[in-house]
Design a protein around this ligand. Structure first.
Ligand SMILES: *[C@@H]1O[C@H](CO)[C@@H](O)[C@H](O)[C@H]1NC(C)=O
Ligand SMILES: *[C@@H]1O[C@H](CO)[C@@H](O)[C@H](O)[C@H]1NC(C)=O
Ligand SMILES: *[C@@H]1O[C@H](CO)[C@@H](O)[C@H](O)[C@H]1NC(C)=O
Ligand SMILES: *[C@@H]1O[C@H](CO)[C@@H](O)[C@H](O)[C@H]1NC(C)=O
Ligand SMILES: *[C@@H]1O[C@H](CO)[C@@H](O)[C@H](O)[C@H]1NC(C)=O
Ligand SMILES: *[C@@H]1O[C@H](CO)[C@@H](O)[C@H](O)[C@H]1NC(C)=O
Ligand SMILES: *[C@@H]1O[C@H](CO)[C@@H](O)[C@H](O)[C@H]1NC(C)=O
Length: 332
């Protein structure tokens, strides 16, 4: 009962001397009875509408002063009941949907990670929807795009639609995210978007992977796939350290910008070492039923970095004694 009283002014509850109190008490009792009635009614109504859901859901739109004394309010902002324009959620209309965004950078395993997530019965992750520039020209087109995705009105091969319990996509830091951080942070917080940072500690390997990948793309167009494995990028020694620092500070900046959102940080290296452990963390973070997730993409261990860099000696010399030295020998 205590929680029902909290919307009253505390002072009005202090018991006055008995003589005065009988009328006051009677008034109070009827007020309490009224509040109880409304409260129970609203619960009944909600229960009739939304069967078999976690008890938190009952309070989705029930924002009262009593709120925080009644329940664990931490989950409420994260539950959504979208009403898509393009289809009917049918039997799953009563299931809550959680919104998420995978915030990452190129060559950090996000494609691989996403295939795992999409193997979950109830997760739809829609890929890099902000690839095309026109969707991130200005804040309003960004918001519009987000609204459409989170309303389940975005169709890709990974859409599961009716019974999606978590809907999201992959957002690279260089795809508008860092251009409108304030507005996006606001949006994330207002809508209760769960942010999954997927970052790579070893920026040296990331740099090599980026150079090799951009070469691959060109080479594929010109020569087919033959050259791919033989190509070793040559790193620019002059700019190497500042390039690495630049990558790190971009990631730090993103963590700072979106620190106030509900988030989890997953490192590529940890995911490589023990995918299933990290994926369980992500499932729990999204509060989804745990499932064994699988990916068709096989991650090949690429071996020592020295075999992948043309000017290895120089690179080794340049980075020895710096904070990046540890990346020279690291496995991932
Ligand atoms: C959605 O489908 C259910 C049954 O499948 C039906 O009862 C309901 O009226 C439909 N709602 C809309 C908006 O089409
Ligand atoms: C935002 O960009 C879209 C297309 O990219 C354009 O149609 C729209 O007019 C722009 N809005 C503003 C306010 O500039
Ligand atoms: C997950 O999907 C299945 C089948 O599509 C559905 O029966 C189930 O209710 C969904 N689970 C959640 C938590 O939405
Ligand atoms: C290497 O980086 C330096 C400094 O950014 C730049 O001036 C130079 O042109 C770069 N060299 C090559 C080959 O790209
Ligand atoms: C995020 O905020 C928490 C607490 O407010 C703080 O401890 C943490 O250092 C912040 N992280 C970043 C990356 O700013
Ligand atoms: C996942 O697979 C492991 C064995 O690979 C099994 O022990 C476990 O029960 C499975 N978990 C679920 C939720 O299916
Ligand atoms: C890097 O250089 C150091 C000497 O500066 C050498 O001892 C080490 O073996 C080199 N590492 C590799 C992987 O070549």
């Amino acid at each position: 009962m205590a929680e029902l009283l909290c919307s009253f002014n505390k002072d009005s509850l202090t018991i006055k001397p008995l003589k005065k109190s009988s009328l006051v008490l009677r008034l109070m009792l009827s007020a309490i009875a009224m509040v109880c009635g409304i409260y129970i009614c609203s619960i009944c109504l909600k229960q009739m509408n939304l069967q078999n859901k976690s008890k938190f859901l009952l309070f989705e739109d029930f924002k009262r002063p009593c709120y925080d004394t009644i329940i664990d309010r931490s989950q409420i902002p994260y539950l959504h009941y979208p009403k898509p324009k393009t289809f009917n959620r049918s039997e799953c209309a009563g299931n809550p949907v959680r919104l998420f965004a995978i915030v990452s950078m190129q060559r950090s395993g996000s494609g691989w990670f996403e295939t795992f997530l999409n193997s979950h019965l109830n997760i739809s992750s829609n890929g890099e929807i902000f690839g095309p520039k026109f969707r991130r020209n200005n804040v309003s087109s960004v918001i519009q795009t987000l609204d459409r995705v989170y309303n389940l009105d975005w169709f890709t091969s990974s859409s599961k639609n009716e019974c999606s319990a978590a809907i999201g996509f992959k957002w690279m830091l260089n795809q508008g995210l860092m251009q409108y951080p304030k507005e996006i942070e606001q949006y994330f917080n207002d809508r209760g978007v769960n942010v999954i940072f997927l970052l790579r500690r070893n920026v040296l390997r990331r740099l090599v992977s980026m150079l090799a990948n951009s070469f691959d793309k060109d080479a594929k167009l010109l020569n087919g796939a033959d050259l791919l494995s033989k190509y070793k990028p040559e790193l620019n020694i002059t700019s190497l350290k500042s390039d690495l620092r630049g990558m790190e500070s971009t990631a730090e900046k993103a963590l700072n910008y979106f620190n106030s959102t509900r988030h989890i940080i997953i490192y590529y290296e940890d995911l490589m070492k023990d995918p299933s452990q990290k994926l369980i963390e992500v499932e729990d973070f999204l509060k989804l039923p745990r499932m064994n997730l699988t990916s068709q993409q096989v991650k090949i261990h690429k071996g020592s970095l020295s075999e992948h860099i043309k000017n290895w000696e120089e690179v080794n010399k340049t980075l020895t004694g710096t904070t990046y030295e540890k990346f020279l020998q690291a496995d991932y």
